[in-house]
Design a protein around this ligand. Structure first.
Ligand code: ARG
Length: 635
C-alpha cells in the first residue's frame, strides 16, 4: 500500500491521525475508497478481534447507495459461537466515533457503512481533478511485484478482431473488435504491458483462388482505392466460377463422360497449385499475395482508427512458420496426442480426457490426407510462437462463441503436449450473435458500411434540432462519432454471451440508455463548463463543504465508486459493468441539474458545484474512453 505525502497531509487535516495500516490490494493514492477500507479495517480489527487480513477483503462495495457505501457481511469474519445479528449489535455498540464514517447500521446480517460526505468530497474531488485521465486506473495492479516495481510489468496479449482478407467483416468480427479494444484498454489502465494483436485469415487455398480471380477480373486502380471491396468482389466472382466448374464436373460424371481435363486443369486445381507455389515461397506468388494483404491492412487501419484502436501486430494464419508446424506435429506424435486415421492425422480426445468431457471435444483433424495443415494446426503453432516471441503472462482470445469448441480443443492440445504452464496462461473470451445486422441498403458486408449508415442516420437525427445543429463545428464528423457510439453502446449493453438484435432505431435514439444519450450527458457537462468560465485555480480553491444538498451528496458518492467499478470489471471482464455504472451516474447527474444550478448562483457556491461537475465530467470521460468511445464536447 502506498500513501503519498500529499495524501497523508490531507488525512491529517481531516483528523485521520492514526497511520493507515498496510494491506495488500489497498491503494489509497489511486482509489479514495481504499482509505475508507483501511480506516474501517483498523477500527473493525479492534472492535471484533478478527485479523485485518480477513476484515479487509470482506468489506464490499455496494451497487445501490441506499445500502451504504461499504458493507460488511458479518458471517464473512467467521466468528464462532454467536449469531450474526448478535455480533452485529455488539460491534455497533462498541464502534468508536470516526472522522470518516457515520456509526454503522445493521441490515440483516450486514453492517452498513455510510461515508461522511463532507470529508469524502475533500478527499475525492481534488484527487479526481489532479489525476484527470488517470482517475480510475491503477497502474500498481500490473506490476509483477508491487513491492519492487523494478521487476517490471506483467505482459498481456489481447488477440481480437481477426477478419479474413477478401471475405466479409461480419458481426462476429465487429463484436470481437469492440470487446477486444475495451479489454486492452482495461488491462492497460491496470498497468499491464498490453500487446494488441490481429490474427488475420490470410492464408490457405482460397488465397490462391483469389490470385487467379485477380488475374481474371482484377483492376489495379480499384485495388488501390478500395482493396477491401474490390478483393471481395473478385472473391465472389471467382467462387461463382468455381462452383460452376464443380457443377460441370458433376454433370459430366453423372453422364458417364470424362471430367479429368476439368479436374486436372480447372480452377480448383490451379488454385491448389497457386497456393502450393505460395507455400513454396515462389517469389511472384508471394509478392502478389503480400500486396493484397498490405493494401487490406492499410484499409483496416483506417477503420480501426475510427474506433480508437491501433494494433501492435498484424499476425495471421500466413505468419505461422512451417518449421514450427513440423515441430508441433512431431511433439504431438511423440506425446501420443495425435494419431493416424485413414491417412490423416487426428486427435481423438476420448483417449486423453475421460468421460463426457473427452467426447465433447470430438476428434479434430490436424493434418489432412494430402498433408495440408488446418486452422487448428496453425493455432497450435501460433500460440507457441507467441509464447516464444513475447513471453506473455496472459493471453486472451476474443472470438465468437461459435468457436468455443475450437478454442477448447486448442487449449487442451497444448496442455496434452506437455505445455501445462502455457495452457494456464490462455483464456477464451467469447460472445453471442448479432441478429439481423443489415444496413438500410441491404445486408452488411463490411464494417465501413455499418459505420457509414449509422453515421448518416445520426446526421438526420441531429438536423432535426436546427439551432443546435448550427453550433456544431463539424456536424458530419460529429455524426460519425455519434453513429459509432450508437453501435458500440448497443453492443456493450448486455452480457457478452447474450445475443442481441441489431436495431438502428433504438441505438440511435436519445431516449433510453444509448450511445447518443451518453454523449449528450458528456456534451452537456462540457457546455456547463464553457458557460461557467471559471479558471482551474478558482475551481481548485472551491470550498467543497458547501456541497450539502442531497443531490450533491448522491453525486459525490456515485462518482467515488468509479475506481471500484473498474476494479470489479477486471473480474467480470464485461463492458456492461462499466456501461451500467455510467448510466447510473449520468441518471444521477441529470436529476441534479435543476437542484445544483451554476448560472445565477453566488460565486462560492458556483465554484464548489463546478468542481463537482468537473469531477463528474472526468469520470464520464474516462469511462467512455475506456469503452473505446470518443466523447464529444458539442453535439
Ligand atoms: N479469422 C477467424 C474467423 O474469422 C477468427 C480468428 C480467431 N482467432 C484464432 N486464433 N483462431 O473466424
Amino acid at each position: 500500500m502506498y500513501v503519498s505525502e500529499t495524501l497523508s497531509e490531507k488525512l491529517k487535516s481531516l483528523s485521520v491521525t492514526a497511520p493507515l495500516p498496510k494491506y495488500s490490494n489497498c491503494f489509497p493514492d489511486v482509489n479514495p475508497v481504499d482509505i475508507y477500507r483501511a480506516h474501517l479495517t483498523s477500527i473493525l480489527t479492534e472492535v471484533t478481534g478478527v485479523d485485518a487480513k480477513i476484515v479487509y477483503p470482506a468489506l464490499q462495495w455496494t451497487q445501490t447507495l441506499e445500502k451504504g457505501d461499504l458493507v460488511l457481511p458479518v458471517p464473512a469474519l467467521r466468528v464462532k459461537g454467536k449469531k450474526p445479528d448478535e455480533l452485529a449489535a455488539e460491534w455497533v455498540s462498541k464502534f468508536p466515533e470516526s472522522p470518516l464514517v457515520h456509526p454503522p447500521t445493521v441490515a440483516g446480517t450486514f453492517l452498513q457503512f455510510f461515508f461522511k460526505v463532507d470529508k469524502l468530497a475533500e478527499i475525492l474531488i481534488p484527487s479526481i481533478l489532479t489525476r484527470k485521465e488517470a482517475f480510475g486506473q491503477n497502474q500498481y495492479l500490473g506490476l509483477k511485484d508491487v513491492e519492487d516495481p523494478s521487476k517490471g510489468r506483467k505482459r498481456m496479449i489481447v488477440e481480437f478482431s481477426s477478419p479474413n482478407i477478401a471475405k466479409p467483416f461480419h458481426a462476429g468480427h465487429l463484436r470481437s473488435t469492440i470487446i477486444g479494444g475495451f479489454l486492452s484498454n482495461l488491462y492497460e489502465g491496470a498497468g499491464w504491458d498490453v500487446i494488441r494483436m490481429n490474427y488475420l485469415g490470410d492464408w490457405g487455398k482460397q488465397y490462391g483462388l483469389l490470385a487467379l480471380g485477380f488475374e481474371k477480373y482484377g483492376d489495379e486502380e480499384a485495388l488501390k482505392t478500395d482493396p477491401i471491396n474490390h478483393l471481395y468482389e473478385i472473391y465472389v466472382k471467382i467462387n461463382k466460377d468455381l462452383s460452376e466448374e464443380k457443377d460441370q464436373i458433376k454433370a459430366l460424371e453423372e453422364a458417364g463422360q470424362d471430367a479429368s481435363k476439368l479436374k486436372d486443369e480447372g480452377l480448383d486445381e490451379q488454385a491448389r497449385r497457386y497456393f502450393k507455389a505460395m507455400t513454396d515461397n515462389d517469389e511472384k506468388a508471394i509478392a502478389q499475395w503480400a500486396r493484397f494483404r498490405d493494401l487490406s491492412i492499410k484499409r483496416y487501419k483506417e477503420t480501426y482508427a475510427r474506433l480508437n484502436i491501433k494494433f501492435d501486430e498484424y499476425s495471421g494464419e500466413s505468419q505461422v512458420k512451417q518449421e514450427g508446424m513440423d515441430f508441433a506435429a512431431k511433439r504431438m506424435a511423440e506425446m501420443g496426442v495425435s494419431e493416424e486415421s485413414e491417412g490423416a492425422v487426428i486427435v481423438d480426445f476420448s483417449k486423453h480426457v475421460p468421460g463426457k468431457a473427452g467426447k465433447s471435444l470430438e476428434r479434430p483433424v490436424i493434418k489432412k490426407k494430402d498433408g495440408t495443415a488446418l486452422y487448428l494446426t496453425r493455432d497450435i503453432t501460433e500460440m507457441m510462437q507467441r509464447d516464444e516471441k513475447y513471453h506473455f503472462d496472459h493471453m486472451i482470445y476474443v472470438v465468437a462463441s461459435a468457436q468455443d469448441l475450437h478454442l477448447r480443443q486448442l487449449f487442451k492440445i497444448i496442455e496434452l503436449m506437455g505445455y501445462k504452464e502455457l495452457a494456464q496462461k490462455v483464456q477464451h473470451i467469447n460472445f453471442g450473435l448479432v441478429l439481423g445486422m443489415s444496413t438500410r441498403k441491404g445486408t452488411v458486408k463490411f464494417l465501413d458500411d455499418i459505420l457509414r449508415d449509422v453515421g448518416e442516420k445520426m446526421h438526420e437525427v441531429m438536423q432535426k434540432n436546427a439551432s443546435k445543429y448550427e453550433q456544431v463545428e463539424n456536424p458530419l464528423a460529429t455524426a460519425d462519432i455519434l453513429g459509432i457510439s450508437s453501435v458500440m453502446v448497443q453492443d456493450m449493453s448486455g452480457k457478452r454471451i447474450n445475443n442481441y438484435e441489431f436495431n438502428m432505431e433504438t441505438m440511435t435514439s436519445f431516449e433510453g440508455d444509448t450511445g447518443p444519450y451518453l454523449q449528450y450527458a458528456h456534451a452537456r457537462l462540457c457546455s456547463i463548463t464553457r458557460r461557467a468560465a471559471l479558471s482551474p485555480e478558482e475551481i481548485a480553491s472551491a470550498n467543497l463543504s458547501l456541497l450539502t444538498e442531497s443531490h450533491a451528496i448522491n453525486l459525490i458518492r456515485v462518482i467515488s465508486q468509479y475506481p471500484d467499478v473498474v476494479q470489479n470489471t477486471l473480474k467480470t471482464l464485461e463492458p456492461t459493468t462499466i456501461l451500467t455504472y455510467l448510466f447510473k451516474m449520468t441518471h444521477t447527474l441529470s436529476s441534479s441539474y435543476d437542484h445544483l444550478r451554476i448560472v445565477g448562483s453566488e460565486k462560492e457556491l458556483m465554484k464548489a458545484r463546478m468542481a463537482l461537475y468537473d469531477a463528474a465530467r472526468v469520470v464520464l470521460n474516462n469511462g467512455m474512453r475506456l469503452l473505446g468511445l470518443t466523447p464529444v464536447e458539442r453535439m
